[in-house]
Design a protein around this ligand. Structure first.
Ligand code: SF4
Ligand code: SF4
Length: 397
């Protein structure tokens, strides 16, 4: 794609990156067929190709308004378009740049600013989120049914084995997962312990994805620095990997090297940490796992962050089959469930349509349980289903 970005902008790191991405797009449109918002709305400007065109126009200095902002807001950042793209266009990185520029140029209505500010004030902070969730649970019986479904029921944490093996990994606790489902990390620790690997919990805070996806890159970088400072001494003491049990956090940590590349203090540490970040499936794939499934029928929802961010298509499904579970076929398995971080709060109508479509596909063959690999998807799907929805590690443990 030809571009005419202003010379001053082209010479900035952001301008240089945006231009390279824009030029790699050949406008073929292969990506439109896999885009959830294009499938729902049928508008070219709600497709990846349309959004790339909008970002190109705004970076070239054309007038930009609420319409452009809305088309970019409607994007789930599911990255299905990246997986489908034959030219390797790094759409999500371009979307981050575009959203940040729009955020500076187009003022949002007060109510939306307040909501986005509240999300940034609460979600990335473990204690604040736990407090708000506790209040929500306390008030749950008084809430109308539609709201009640959005407040997840408490999960019990079972045991976390003490460290006793020479092989060690770190498990990053993240921001919302400890309050929502505290047994997911412990479940992985128990499975690893049975196979000679000790897991050390590290509660250093949000991976940065919440701020990043709400067009606040500086706050995201602050989260990343905090994590690097907390993890680095443990890496130097011989921890062989940083494990993210939430695939969305894993996809974010894999970007640390890229996001910190211009920081003279953190760049090399960030690169090494990104290289040492592992999804649990990558660790467990090489182990001789026990038959714990005993033919239990499950439907697995592969989060977009697992398929398109980490590019681990089918690995979890393979591990679950090897562990004795029966995996039922799921139609449209590459389609986003509509959770997408804060999307279900900021774009509730589109999110609900995707949730319904996904649950229809997951429940079609009557599974005993729905499994997934990301806390956001888990909570979102559980809010619309009478079936239990679990993290696949809880099933394995
Ligand atoms: S598939 Fe890739 S190259 Fe083709 S229009 Fe989409 S982003 Fe551009
Ligand atoms: S990230 Fe997902 S929703 Fe956004 S343009 Fe790409 S396919 Fe569409």
């Amino acid at each position: 794609m030809q571009t005419k970005l202003p010379e001053t902008y082209r010479q900035t790191p952001q301008g240089e990156e945006a231009e390279a991405i824009l030029r790699s797009c050949v406008h073929c449109g292969f990506c439109t067929a896999v885009c959830p918002t294009y499938q729902l709305l049928g508008d070219e400007l709600d497709s990846p190709r349309g959004r790339i065109y909008l970002i190109k126009s705004l970076l070239e200095g054309e007038a930009v308004g609420a319409q452009t902002q809305q088309h970019l807001d409607r994007c789930l950042t599911c990255r299905a378009c990246e997986t489908a793209c034959p030219s390797g266009v790094q759409y999500a990185r371009l979307a981050d740049i575009g959203r940040h520029v729009v955020e500076q140029r187009v003022p949002r209505p007060l109510r939306v600013r307040w909501l986005r500010g509240a999300l940034r004030l609460v979600l990335p902070h473990t204690r604040r989120f736990a407090l708000m969730l506790g209040l929500g649970r306390w008030a749950r019986p008084l809430l109308p049914a539609a709201l009640k479904r959005r407040v997840p029921v408490p999960h019990r944490q079972r045991g976390w084995p003490p460290p006793r093996h020479a092989r060690r990994v770190l498990i990053h606790a993240g921001c919302v997962q400890p309050a929502l489902a505290p047994d997911i990390d412990a479940a992985l620790a128990r499975v690893l312990d049975r196979h000679g690997i000790s897991a050390v919990p590290v509660a250093s805070g949000c991976c940065g994805a919440v701020h990043q996806h709400l067009a606040a890159p500086d706050a995201a970088l602050a989260n990343i620095r905090t994590n690097i400072d907390a993890w680095w001494p443990l890496i130097e003491q011989g921890a062989e990997a940083i494990v993210e049990t939430s695939s969305a956090c894993g996809a974010m940590v894999r970007e640390y090297g890229h996001l910190m590349r211009h920081d003279p203090v953190y760049a090399s540490k960030a690169e090494r940490i990104a290289a040492q970040c592992r999804d649990p499936a990558e660790l467990l794939a090489g182990l001789n796992l026990e038959d714990v499934g005993r033919g239990r029928r499950i439907a697995f929802h592969a989060p977009c962050s697992l398929q398109n961010g980490l590019r681990l298509e089918s690995l979890v499904e393979r591990i679950l089959r090897q562990s004795g579970f029966e995996l039922l076929p799921v139609a449209e398995s590459t389609m986003c469930c509509g959770a997408a971080g804060t999307y279900s709060i900021l774009q509730p109508e589109l999110s609900a349509r995707l949730q319904e479509r996904k649950l229809t596909a997951l429940e079609q063959h009557h599974p005993e349980v729905i499994a997934t690999a990301n806390i956001g998807c888990l909570t979102h799907l559980q809010g619309g289903s009478a079936l239990p929805v679990s993290h696949w590690l809880e099933l394995l443990a």
